[in-house]
Design a binder for this molecule. Sequence first.
Ligand code: PLP
Length: 402
Amino acid sequence: MIEPSIIKNPPYPQNYATEFLLLDKGEGIYLFDADGNRYRDFAAGIAVNALGYGREDLAHIASEQMKKLIHVSNLYANKPAVELAKKMVASGDFAAVHFGNSGSEANEAALKYARIYGKRKKGPQCHHYLSFTGSFHGRTMGALAATATEKYREPYEPMAPGFHFSEYNNIKQLEETLTDEFCAVIVEPLQGEGGCTPMDKEFAAALNKICAEKDILIIADEVQAGMARCGEIYSSALSGLNADIVTLSKPLAGGLPLSATLIPAKVNDLVHLGDHGGTFGGGPVTTAVANFIWDTLTAKDFLADVKKKGDLLAAELEGIKADLGLKAHVVGAGLLRGLALEEEGQSAKIGEIIGKAQSKGMLILRAGSNVIRLAPPLIISEKEIKEGMALLKEAIKDVLTA
Ligand code: PLP
């Protein structure tokens, strides 16, 4: 058992916890607390740190760029951002990329561009959005309005108007809800916070068809599942979803804040000067690092390696389930995986399991109400996956059979 280095009551707002593990440094997939205790990181700063910690290469790129040019605003262009934008645009049927600083901001931009498209192409009535149960699109007021889960929304109601929900993976409800007055559907091709739930292929096909018929944009929120986490550049490839607009963020700059909203020509053609903007998005330091991250994460071999390790992680979770006789199922894709506990009495103990894992030197996450979520750095080795899963098994066993 680890005696962790804990900080109590830091001057943070009360929406955060009152007690934190005080982390100090990292190396590879390991994090160290302020007392030097080591933790296997299966959380990666909530699916962010794709290349792990202690990276001399990232530190070198960032520090050289800081010395050269640190910030210019979007009144001017900078080389790393233009270079990155060109690569990103070439990754699909895109014409432009709007840079921001967070997943929420990427989705805000997507929602704004979609309204511009709907209203300027089809008329003012075409301003409605559809999103799905179990979704999480962020905590700013627009992204929040698109987030179905009541507990995130309720304290801030009334929400912005024009947002509607239907059940994820329910084709009938989709067909009943979507009309010509919708400008966009915003959807996670694999729901992260909601429970590592993948989109059904049939649902993706139905969504593609209705949206093409009614000229409704599909916004794929790839903030958590995109950029190699699921073994594909875009997780929409898993179900065959045809996204018009794609949002990315978490791993994009290796742990620095950066987001991207990729838009097609048919949208960009309707956007006017001054319609949207931001001070920090696409700064030279974050985009310099992101060029390196993009090149690394989108390489074929890297993606294949993530897929292979993701299969191992899923097999290990199946092993835990079988060995402990759990009523559960393995969810997710690639290196965004979860163990969904089916018995309420057990899922109520996920918080305890997370604490137990931490005391054994391992950091894990939860998703939805019943999922133990794992999102390690993508550079994790097969050996590290097996070692981690042995610890997770012990932690689950200790809590559920205590
Ligand atoms: N979209 C998805 C799918 C996410 O998982 C998240 C965060 O977890 C967000 C958007 C919001 O991102 P951020 O917290 O960077 O605003």
